[in-house]
Design a protein around this ligand. Structure first.
Ligand code: TIU
Length: 223
């Protein structure tokens, strides 16, 4: 067991033991990253999100090489929508609502092509894959139990979108006592100014929610 330090992390160095740390990959699903899915239905330019895939893949490879825990999440709902509150489904004026049939199957429905994780970041055997009905990864899931039974105390956050599902999950994790870091180039938003603001507000006030660092710092520490 080795204690690693990210000396360049903001707002001050972050130390973690990979044996007690999970790499969390939030919602890298076709529905958010590819045209014709949920993200596009909300009016967003989804190509922005594709830019992080190479850096995220490199981090995932380095993390897998040390055999540490990986958790993938997928935002999606049951086919009967029993776990989708009308308040969520009816909000706004999207071109396709959750559960509607689109070019990648029914939008944000478990088992449909669009709800799947993009092939470049496909979960490896043994990695945790959790479907979540909310923006945060703890609501309506067994994520807390899965992490605690594996002795996880520290979390490295990646995925999309920075200010919605990633930020909500990191805040909820911080409240549950996990030491949290967000990987700056491993996360992206449809709105660059929201990403910048989220990174700043998470790390402000002496790491009020947690730390941030670039993927290169994590990869270097693992070697
Ligand atoms: N995964 C996630 O962030 N879900 C969203 O709906 N994000 C948006 O930014 N819309």
């Amino acid at each position: 067991d080795a204690l690693l330090s990210l000396d360049t992390a903001a707002p001050f160095p972050f130390t973690f033991n990979p044996a007690h740390t999970a790499l969390v990959v939030i919602d890298m699903q076709r529905d958010f990253v590819e045209p014709g899915g949920f993200g596009a239905s909300l009016g967003n330019d989804v190509t922005r999100l594709q830019a992080i895939v190479p850096a995220l893949r490199a981090l995932l490879d380095a993390w897998r090489a040390v055999g540490a825990v990986v958790l993938h999440t997928r935002e999606c709902h049951r086919p009967d929508l029993a776990d989708c509150p009308p308040a969520k489904r009816l909000r706004g004026n999207p071109s396709l609502r959750i559960g509607d049939a689109g070019p990648m199957g029914r939008v944000l429905i478990a088992g449909e092509p669009g709800a799947g994780i993009i092939p470049e970041l496909a979960p490896a055997p043994g990695e945790l894959v959790v479907d979540k009905p909310g923006k945060g990864m703890f609501y309506g899931t067994s994520v807390d139990e899965l992490l605690r039974e594996r002795g996880i105390t520290h979390l490295l956050f990646t995925g999309v979108t920075t200010e919605v599902c990633v930020q909500t999950s990191m805040r909820e994790a911080n409240d549950r006592g996990y030491e949290c870091l967000i990987v700056e180039d491993g996360t992206e938003s449809y709105f660059p100014e929201f990403k910048a603001a989220a990174l700043a507000m998470l790390t402000a006030q002496g790491a009020i929610v947690g730390w941030s660092a670039p993927s290169s710092a994590v990869i270097q520490a693992l070697q």
